[in-house]
Design a protein around this ligand. Structure first.
Ligand code: CU
Ligand code: CU
Length: 311
């Protein structure tokens, strides 16, 4: 073997070795979520609704990993459930038939995937009828942070907003297919963060002027498109599917279809309020508005840790 070939072989060996070692840096997350059929409030007055859930809340828990990480996922279906449930992670490349298969009440199912693409991804139950399983509340978000922190500007605060539709007759498959929703909600509650339109709302989103506020927006509605707009603001950047490589600049509104998600950055130069709204007005006026208050006194805990999705 000539010297040049030997050097080439040595180089490739070292290079591939370092690639493999680098891949090995990804963490492995063992994540278990239990499907539960429970009644939950769907407005700020405490009106109850027969929801089906991941983990007993609507939306389900925020799952957060880093690009390249491995997720060892287990779905437990509570023994008190009356229906089979399943898990479809939009962040996964998997086998629909085996990995996303139905799990019967009282049993569990597992699958493993690597989070190969950074972004903000919807997850939902895929059991039939999928209309009903999603609309009753079986949805959430998995955030896959980019491995390279420098691939986008650092956010000072983050919030998760997941839009869904409320169907007043949850047993009516026809109602879902005829699009007979009564309200559109963010994070499972009508006007959850809007004390302007609902005096019983006790929460809103907070940030300081000049801070980069990052909204991870998911459209879990089974039928409606969302035209997501910040009233009195401009999206500094929008990242379709939440991937830093998809950056768009200076947008007023951006459409997120059913089953899709995007990440929105917003910076306010002054104190005051913005309203994050689905600008499709029937959706806004039935519940899809979240107030974001910009104040120098903003609560330092809001938009951080558990409070990226205020419950
Ligand atoms: Cu289900
Ligand atoms: Cu899906």
């Amino acid at each position: 073997m000539k010297l040049r070939s030997i050097i080439t072989v040595l180089f490739l060996t070292v290079y591939m070795g370092s690639t493999l070692a680098d891949d090995g840096l990804g963490k492995t997350h063992a994540i278990t979520i239990t499907a539960k059929e429970v009644d939950l409030p769907i407005d700020n007055d405490g009106t109850m609704y027969p929801t089906w859930t991941f983990g007993g809340t609507v939306p389900g828990p925020v799952v957060r990993v880093t690009e390249g990480d491995t997720v060892e996922f287990t779905l437990v279906n509570d023994e008190n459930s009356e229906h089979s449930h399943s898990m479809d992670f939009h962040a996964a490349r998997a086998d629909l038939l085996s990995d996303f298969a139905d799990v019967k009440p009282g049993s569990k199912g597992s699958f493993t995937f690597t989070a190969d693409y950074p972004g903000v991804f919807y997850y939902h139950c895929g059991s039939a009828p999928m209309t009903e399983h999603i609309a009753r509340g079986m949805f959430g978000v998995i955030i896959v942070d980019p491995r390279d922190d420098a691939s986008w500007p650092k956010a000072d605060r983050e919030y998760v907003l997941i839009q869904s539709e409320l169907y007043p007759e949850p047993d009516s498959e026809e109602g879902y297919l005829r699009n007979e929703w009564s309200n559109v909600m963010f994070n499972g509650t009508i006007f959850k963060y809007d004390p302007v339109h609902d005096p019983n709302a006790s929460q809103w989103l907070e940030a300081k002027p000049g801070e980069r506020v990052r909204i991870h927006f998911v459209n879990a509605g089974i039928n409606e498109f969302a035209s997501f707009h910040p009233i009195a603001g401009i999206w500094d950047r929008v990242y379709p599917s939440g991937n830093p490589r998809n950056a768009l600049h200076g947008l007023q509104s951006y459409t997120v279809g059913p089953g899709d998600a995007a990440t929105f950055d917003l910076i306010s130069p002054k104190e005051g309020a913005n309203a994050l709204v689905n600008h499709s007005m029937r959706q806004a006026m039935t519940g899809a508005i979240a107030v974001l208050m910009f104040s120098d006194d903003a609560d330092p805990d809001m938009g951080r840790g558990e409070n990226i999705l205020p419950r």
